[in-house]
Design a protein around this ligand. Structure first.
Ligand code: FRU
Length: 486
């Protein structure tokens, strides 16, 4: 079994390749402008950067099935962050130092060169080892592993083999590498930091002290650390595992948090002025921000984390979120969609045509819906089909809550351990929502992007409908735009 699970795409047989082609051609559940794997399993976005006049993105990819097997780095490029050209596996784990997968990592761009840092995952029976590795992305899109690999061999004393997901930042003349880690003494999550003056030779500086007593401190592992500046403030993003639910937060198997504050490199302390969960939905994990972004700070994440999803029967599973611009307002992180090229959107519904409760048959499940609503309109948006499947978003004006309910899209009974309703308290003055739907993923932006919900759903292939309900006396403005294949 392990031999099967830990093989690379290079060993694909003719029969397997033919099957891959069949999977690639099947469109059931496949989003048209969100990144999906051609076959197999996608997880974290990796190496997200702007380099050589293009956007580059990689993701964790297991080509042979919908399980977490031998991870490769699939490579994509784009000029608009929505239409992506696929280039195949560019980090294929064939070396001893990555014998069980090329795990996640990030890009670092300097002087017109693009460096990709990643973790070589190694397993000896039940024991795990982790090597930090480097590769160069060339202008002709070749990726070349460094002859110095591994640049950090194994994991430091005081930590378990769970040390991974390098992110590089530069301060003054020094480069710093942040890594997600697990302490040996209490088996809790942490972030450790190495420094270097040449990107090749690294020495351990210590552990990042996150200066706050927060819920995430109970986690057993921090994955995928990211650090960037947004609107003049330091923002630390990571994916802690093992936090129990607290009020409206942390209702998924794995969750993501952000901290706004200030990092002090001398004392390795991050002073937190505000922290929160990054996304309120069901399916959002391991986000990564773009290195060398020519636009605003931009983030993309893995929409998935659960098993037994219906697309598995078609040979692929999971997708990435749409790209999101980050900003800070009132010391809170806001996420809004990177605008799409106008020619990809086909205007459809104008608000004046809309009566409360009117059922609109959807031409396609790839659309954006913008709604401006009045304070007390008791808005409810429902996407449903002929088989009693229904996805509902409700603004509960009395309690000032936004509720996302996918109880009637019961696609994965196991997942319902974690409940089928998510909600948040609305905080902003804004009464506007944007709902972006793409075949089997929905992203809902509310509160000017302060509260965002990401969710997968698996509709039947029959008719799909939209119904918007609101108090008749109030006015709402709705714009529905179908999005064409990009
Ligand atoms: C997060 C993660 C990373 C790891 C990768 C392996 O989803 O577990 O920590 O590098 O996925 O695919």
């Amino acid at each position: 079994m392990d031999l099967e699970k830990y093989k690379t795409i290079k060993s694909a047989t003719r029969e397997e390749s033919e099957n891959f082609d069949k999977i690639r051609c099947n469109n059931v559940y496949r989003p048209i402008f969100h990144v999906t794997p051609p076959h197999g399993l996608l997880n974290d976005p990796n190496g997200f950067c702007y380099f050589n006049n293009e956007y580059h993105l990689f993701y964790q990819w297991y080509p042979f099935g919908t399980i977490h097997g031998m991870k490769h780095w699939m490579h994509l490029t784009s000029s608009d962050l929505y239409s992506w050209q696929e280039h195949g596996s560019k980090i294929t784990p064939i070396e001893q130092y990555e014998s069980h997968g090329a795990y996640s990592g990030a890009a670092f761009i300097e002087d017109n060169s693009a460096y990709l840092f990643y973790t070589g995952n190694v397993k000896h029976g039940n024991e795990r080892d982790a090597n930090q590795c480097l590769a160069t992305l060339h202008k002709d899109n070749r990726v070349e592993k460094s002859s110095h690999n591994p640049i950090i061999s194994s994991f430091p004393k005081g930590y378990t083999g769970h040390v991974r997901d390098p992110k590089i930042v530069k301060k003054g003349d020094l480069y710093y590498m942040l890594l997600g880690a697990q302490r040996e003494k209490d088996l809790k999550g942490s972030i450790i930091i190495y420094s270097s003056n040449n990107l090749i030779d690294w020495s351990l500086k210590g552990e990042l002290s996150i200066d706050i007593d927060a819920d995430f401190n109970e986690a057993f592992m921090f994955e995928c650390p990211d650090l960037l500046e947004v609107d003049g403030k330091d923002v630390l993003i990571f994916s802690p595992q093992g936090i129990s639910p607290k009020q409206e937060k942390f209702h998924n198997r794995y969750n993501v948090v952000y901290c706004i504050g200030k990092i002090d490199w001398a004392s390795l302390t991050f002073t937190v002025t505000h922290w929160d969960e990054l996304d309120r939905g069901f399916d959002f994990y391991a986000p990564q921000t773009m290195a060398n972004s020519p636009i605003e700070p931009t983030l993309i994440a893995w929409a998935g984390t659960d098993n037994n999803l219906p697309s598995e029967q078609y040979g692929w599973v999971n997708c990435l979120t749409a790209p999101r611009k980050l900003s800070i307002q009132d010391n809170k992180l806001h996420q809004t969609l990177v605008p799409m090229n106008e020619h990809n959107a086909k205007p459809s519904l104008a608000s004046s045509e809309l009566a409360s409760g009117e059922v609109i048959r959807l031409e396609s499940l790839s659309f954006s819906l913008d709604i401006d609503y009045a304070q007390a309109s008791n808005l409810s948006i429902s996407i449903f089909d002929d088989f009693d499947h229904e996805f509902i978003f409700t603004v509960d004006n009395k309690n000032n809550k936004l509720v996302m309910d996918r109880t009637h899209y019961n696609h994965n009974s196991k997942e319902y351990e974690f409940g089928s309703i998510r909600y948040c308290t609305l905080t902003e003055e804004s009464n506007a929502l944007t709902l972006l739907c793409d075949q089997s993923i929905i992203e809902l932006f509310s509160d000017k992007g302060r509260n965002v919900f990401t969710s997968l759903f698996f509709p039947s292939n029959g008719n799909q409908y939209l119904k918007i309900t609101f108090d008749e006396i109030s006015e709402i403005k709705a714009t529905l735009q179908y999005i064409n294949k990009i």
